[in-house]
Write a protein that binds this ligand. Structure first.
Ligand SMILES: Nc1nc2c(ncn2[C@@H]2O[C@H](COP(=O)(O)OP(=O)(O)OP(=O)(O)O)[C@@H](O)[C@H]2O)c(=O)[nH]1
Ligand SMILES: [Mg+2]
Ligand SMILES: [Zn+2]
Length: 303
């Protein structure tokens, strides 16, 4: 149909969606037609959709189709993510490196390029240097941010280019602070307001894509827990989140080596030679064991 236009959902609140069309500044206000079935899929920010005029002056367009997704994250709730800006403070709160590693595993398996940002360097110089070393040695892009020298829009844009980029990380680490600076407006509340409302620091509650470079960027609500299992990630998918382990794939004595206690394991050898960080390895092992056992439990339940 001639009136059909393609776009990207930038925001969805209470059944009203904002869709970016014309590949740029124009936003169309959209609804989902009551009778129309979009399958069981709930449209969300980042979705590529087709829209048509609705005839309703309040929401003049209607979403007619959701195009196939490259990926879909539950936390943060964004589809078609190209870059995740994994944001962790070096202190206050202390970085949850298990959560960071889980996010790296997810990135590796969902075709997302991770970028790690350690914030609040002003509160912990040594810790920041340690984490920067630990993660850049694994081959990740890592930036450090502080109160007086925050990560700049230019630095981020040179990495995220033309894709959809989303902040991800725990609450109170400074995602909104950075995002506000980068897009140049106060689009979201930061910490202090919510404290007045006695809501802790869970300030950021909805997701909105903002124009950034040739693509989009979005702030997201903080979270503390994340289930690899629920995202369909099994033990075989864990090594991809550990490039320093993954590079040994196929080099151990057994092809299906899990690098835990098998004989002839070159990963264990590299570990004993100090070529692989022990803390990262321990987290690898924990996730691998957890998901392996989960698989066996599942088999047992089915039998
Ligand atoms: N010292 C210091 N404080 C920072 C820095 N970045 C952010 N903060 C402070 O950390 C607090 C939390 O920042 P937010 O930007 O609201 O954190 P958030 O990650 O968006 O939190 P949620 O929305 O709850 O997920 C605020 O008081 C900020 O001023 C930093 O680099 N150094
Ligand atoms: Mg926030
Ligand atoms: Zn091995």
């Amino acid at each position: 149909m001639a009136d059909t236009v393609q776009g990207v959902i930038t925001k969805g609140v209470g059944g009203a969606y904002s869709v970016c069309i014309d590949g740029g500044k124009t936003r169309a206000a959209c609804q989902i037609r009551g009778g129309l079935r979009l399958g069981s899929i709930v449209p969300q920010a980042g979705d590529r959709v087709t829209i048509e005029p609705s005839g309703d002056p309040d929401l003049p367009y209607v979403i007619t189709k959701i195009l196939p997704r490259k990926n879909n994250l539950v936390r943060p709730p964004v589809a078609n993510v190209d870059y995740l800006i994994l944001t962790f403070s070096v202190t206050d709160p202390e970085p949850d490196l298990k959560l960071l590693d889980k996010l790296l595993i997810i990135c590796a398996n969902l075709d997302i390029t991770p970028l790690i940002v350690f914030t609040k360097e002003d509160l912990g110089k040594e810790a920041a240097a340690k984490y920067l070393d630990e993660y850049s040695a694994c081959g990740y892009q890592v930036l450090v941010s502080s109160k007086d020298s925050p990560v700049t829009a230019e630095a981020l844009e040179s990495i995220t280019g033309s894709g959809i980029a989303a902040f991800a990380g725990p609450s109170g680490v400074g995602k909104s602070t950075l995002c506000n600076r980068i897009i140049g407006k106060e689009h979201m509340e930061v910490g202090t307001i919510s404290r007045k409302l006695k809501r802790g620091r869970h300030t950021t509650r909805h997701v909105e894509l903002f124009d950034f470079g040739e693509g989009f960027i979005t702030d997201t609500p903080g979270f503390t827990s994340l289930s690899l299992l629920q995202l369909g990630i099994g033990y075989k998918e864990v090594p991809a989140g550990y490039p320093e382990i993954y590079k040994f794939t196929g080099k151990c004595k057994y092809d299906d080596c899990r690098h835990i206690k098998e004989e002839g394991c070159v990963v264990r050898e590299a570990l004993s030679l100090g070529q692989i960080g022990e803390e990262r390895y321990n987290r690898y092992r924990e996730f691998s064991e957890e998901l392996y056992n989960e698989r066996n439990n599942y088999k047992r339940r089915k039998a």
